[in-house]
Ligand binder design. Structure first.
Ligand code: BG6
Length: 484
């Protein structure tokens, strides 16, 4: 007898994007430069790593003085700035209940530390939210998704400086007040753990000259954690009934074998990953960080009152991205695998995407159960999807059954987790419309249900078209997950 439960009534189906990967208009209507605007496209053959994200002060200065050439795809995105009506109409056609997007901080405060906000920037998001609400789509808004106003990096070294908490709170207060009647769901920092993997991406922090890079990263992380708690407090005060979540790049790590060394190594990696959600949900630094900080000679400078802030303003729900699981081994001979900023060793039971990410739908059920056991808070999957090469047929159609297969298998496992008893409130697949890749700035790494005619070199008409997955996802939402 099948005991599999249905998705709950009111389940929030939708899709997720980030300002710097879709908006474009990087210097229009008073927007300031952001860290993402400095990231150049490096073709695959020339890349030395899986990703091309980190930028040095020297490179920024050369770019600003016009000495460095190249393409900066995150400046252009897919020109959502001018296409948002058409794009949101397509989301509505699929039946979206929720649309996750981020506000570009530098559109509101061009330098980050300005006294007054930029009205044109505020108006843009008013228009976007109004457009969503017109179709009954709930906006889910990330305050900081992989970009910091560039001036904050140049003047303060981004989140490494405690003063940035104050600038961020000014920004948060401005947008909470402005959008209080339009936005109920908020996320503070996208994939907050990324600050330790790519500090420039996660927090606008330049680490090249730091003696102890980890010290700088964890200090910046502390500032973000305090800011996240303060923003949660403020949202609750300004917007009655608001729901605020944290956001983690969750990478469940399995031991490659039952060798106790592998098991301990996997446990440690999971602890380091979950440190961020532990603080957000439990309101304090978990016990295992003490030893880690000692071993790495990390000394977090806290101010009086920080611990109380973290304790008093924990999140309402946990949100996370899930693309893959990782495996780890204590053996130096183990074969490695790729991942978004973090790799591991090959798991022989899993297939990989075109970018080498290990596809593991059952790992999502495991992850959901694991989170719920640890925190007993509602969960929201705010990113999941398959980056793949798509082919446009002569008649314009795109048969992306590989994407449907990936998503179907993950949604099946969500249903299993719901049947296990996990409280899952929503699912926004990553990149419902093709967008610029965060890690590689490629356009050819496509996640969308909606195809965008633009290639890696920025050529194309930007025309939008529906892939097969568009019609598939529409019926998933229509049937509340029953027709997969
Ligand atoms: C997450 C980010 O890490 O993964 C997104 O929050 C990103 O911004 C997504 O786009 C997929 O990664 P990529 O590198 O394939 O774009």
């Amino acid at each position: 007898m099948s005991v599999v439960k249905k998705f709950p009534e009111g389940f929030l189906w939708g899709g997720a994007t980030a300002a710097n990967q879709v908006e474009g208009a990087y210097d229009l209507d008073g927007k300031g430069l952001s860290t993402a605007d400095m990231v150049r496209y490096i073709p695959k053959a020339e890349r030395t790593k899986d990703h091309a994200l980190d930028v040095t002060r020297e490179e920024i200065e050369a770019i600003l003085s016009g000495k460095e050439e190249g393409r900066f795809p995150k400046r252009d995105g897919i020109d959502f700035y001018h296409h948002y009506k058409e794009d949101i109409a397509l989301f509505a056609e699929m039946g979206f209940k929720v649309f996750r997007l981020s506000i570009n901080w530098a559109r509101i405060f061009p330098n980050g530390d300005d006294a007054e906000p930029n009205e044109a920037g505020l108006r843009f998001y008013d228009d976007v939210f109004d457009e969503c609400l017109k179709y009954g789509i709930e906006p889910l808004v990330t305050l900081s998704h992989y970009e910091t106003p560039l001036q904050l990096t140049l003047k303060y070294n981004g989140w490494a400086d405690r003063r940035v908490i104050g600038f961020f709170m000014n920004y948060a207060e401005t947008v909470f007040k402005r959008y209080r009647s339009k936005v109920k769901y908020w996320l503070t920092f996208n994939e907050i753990n990324v600050i330790t993997l790519s500090p420039y991406t996660g927090g606008g922090v330049l680490v090249e000259s730091a003696e102890n890079k980890l010290q700088l990263c964890y200090q910046a992380a502390h500032h973000q954690l305090v800011a996240s708690s303060l923003a949660t407090k403020l949202a609750h005060e300004i917007i009655p009934g608001s729901q605020v979540g944290c956001m983690l790049a969750r990478m469940a790590t399995y031991p490659a074998t039952n060798n106790p060394d592998d098991i301990l190594k996997a446990q440690k990696l999971n602890q380091m990953n979950l440190f961020f959600t532990d603080v957000h949900a439990k309101g304090e630094y978990p016990f295992f960080m003490k030893r880690y900080f000692e071993e790495k000679d990390i000394h977090i400078q806290k101010e009086v009152g920080d611990d109380e802030i973290l304790k008093a303003h924990t999140v309402d729900f946990i949100s996370f991205s899930y693309y893959m699981s990782l495996s780890t081994s204590s053996s130096p001979e183990a074969q490695t695998s790729s991942g978004n900023l973090m790799g591991g060793v090959k798991n022989p039971y899993l297939e990989t995407s075109d970018w080498g990410w290990q596809i593991d739908p059952k790992g999502l059920r495991y992850t959901l159960n694991d989170f719920y056991t640890r925190y007993e808070l509602p969960l929201f999957i705010v990113e999941n999807g398959l980056g793949a090469y798509d082919e446009v047929e002569a008649d314009g159609s795109i048969h992306d059954e590989y994407r449907i297969d990936y998503l179907r298998k993950h949604i099946e496992q969500m249903q299993e987790a719901i049947t296990d008893g996990v409280e899952l409130i929503g699912y926004t697949s990553w990149g419902p419309i093709d967008l610029v890749s965060a890690s590689t700035s490629e356009m050819s790494k496509r996640y969308g249900f909606i195809y965008v005619d633009q290639d890696d070199d920025g050529n194309g008409t930007l025309a939008r078209s529906r892939k097969d997955s568009f019609f598939w996802y529409k019926q998933v939402i229509e049937s509340n997950g029953e027709t997969l």
